[in-house]
Design a protein around this ligand. Structure first.
Ligand code: HXC
Ligand code: NAP
Length: 304
């Protein structure tokens, strides 16, 4: 991403201190880069600490000198409340309170729901539903105690919060829960200086997403764009521009909203995995095998 990809004046986010969970990869990394380009101090966290540190180093090498901002990578497993507290203590001690939070970390995979074990459900819900809430609560409690103004929390959801998604049910349930959090806390904490909005992206191809939602070649679970009204997937700068808008003081009166950015796909097609109803037992077995291989590869890199 370059400054020309963003529609904002340089320095727009100077003085902002933003935590992006899962910011070492994918969409989180893209949003981190945009915030850095606009002068923010950005923390990215994930279980693979080294991935986050490498991301920070690469983004800083590209933009820190020109923007005056920086990115720092932190190892944190948001499923563990004590680890979140420790991370927030570190961040607050490092340079003062956060001014923004992006709940972006997630886990997901396609599966027939009858094939899920309790551990499989928890593997998704503990990251998305519980983990995102714990991070929000930890930041929120500090902000309320400090009597702050102009804090912005955004959560990265999916369009399934409006119509569900067969074959990714733990994700659909968890994201819908975060949509309820967005609407509820927008009201409860609005007069405490903390506002809440969410983004519901359509397909923005990332390695993490493709490996678990389009796991097998030739079985195009989610990548067929012929029915998308715009005929294409999303561009990272399009998502980044929306995230920056919601994080910046210029959107201070926008509160409690979930904004789709999917080219209109969910209106045309449902934007979910209903097409997988035709899959055979063999197709599901192949998908599971491919997803398990990705999960095993990622597990090796985890430092927390
Ligand atoms: C059925 C499965 C399964 C599968 C795993 N499990 N894969 N069950 N079908 N395909 C079961 C396992 O058998 C096990 O249960 C349990 O889930 C935990 O599996 P582990 O592999 O041990 O889990 P873990 O190593 O903790 O990995 C967590 C994860 C993994 C969520 C499963 O995918 C992950 O860490 N993901 C992070 C990154 C990610 O998912 N990014 C994609 C985000 S994209 P048993 O009972 O057998 O022990 C996204 C896009 C949404 O969200 C919108 C698109 C438009
Ligand atoms: P991704 O690259 O796999 O991002 C997920 C990130 O979450 C990873 O960096 C992962 O890092 C982190 N994470 C997972 N579990 C964590 C935990 N317990 N603690 C801390 N961090 C954790 O996938 P992505 O496509 O960019 O997805 C980013 C967000 O966009 C997700 O919320 C996803 O649901 C949403 N989304 C994506 C799309 C899309 O098309 N890409 C569409 C709609 C919504 P570690 O493994 O190192 O922990």
């Amino acid at each position: 991403m370059t400054p020309d990809d963003l529609m904002y004046k340089p320095g727009l986010l100077k003085g902002e201190r933003i935590l992006i969970t899962g910011g070492g990869t994918g969409l989180g990394r893209e949003m981190a880069e945009a915030c850095l380009i606009l002068g923010a101090q950005v923390y990215v966290c994930g279980r693979r600490g080294q991935v986050c540190e490498e991301t920070a180093a690469e983004l800083n090498a590209r933009h820190a000198a020109s923007s005056g901002g920086w990115v720092k990578g932190l190892a944190c497993d948001i499923r563990v409340p004590e680890a979140i507290t420790e991370m927030m203590d570190m961040v607050w001690a490092d340079g003062g309170p956060l001014t923004g939070l992006v709940n972006n970390a997630a886990g997901n995979f396609i599966s027939r729901t009858q094939d899920l074990s309790p551990r499989a459900f928890d593997a998704i819900a503990n990251i998305v539903f519980r983990g995102s809430f714990f991070v929000t609560l930890e930041a929120g409690k500090r902000w309320i105690a400090e009597g702050v103004r102009h804090r912005s929390v955004i959560s990265i959801l999916t369009t399934w919060v409006w119509n569900g998604s067969p074959f990714t049910v733990p994700s659909a349930m968890s994201k819908a829960g975060l949509n309820a959090m967005t609407q509820s806390l927008a009201v409860e904490w609005g007069d405490k200086g903390v506002r809440f909005n969410s983004i519901a992206p359509g397909p923005f191809p990332t390695e993490g997403m493709s490996a678990r939602l389009n796991p097998t070649a030739g079985q195009r679970a989610y990548s067929d764009m012929s029915a998308n009204p715009m005929g294409r997937v999303g561009r990272m700068e399009e998502l980044a521009n929306l995230a920056v808008y919601l994080l910046s003081p210029g959107s201070a009166y926008v509160n409690g909203q979930t904004i789709a950015i999917d080219g209109g796909a969910h209106l045309a097609t449902g934007g979910n995995f209903s097409a997988l109803r035709s899959w055979t037992d063999e197709a599901w077995a192949a998908a599971r095998e491919a997803i398990s291989a990705t999960n095993a590869k990622d597990r090796v890199q985890r430092t927390v």
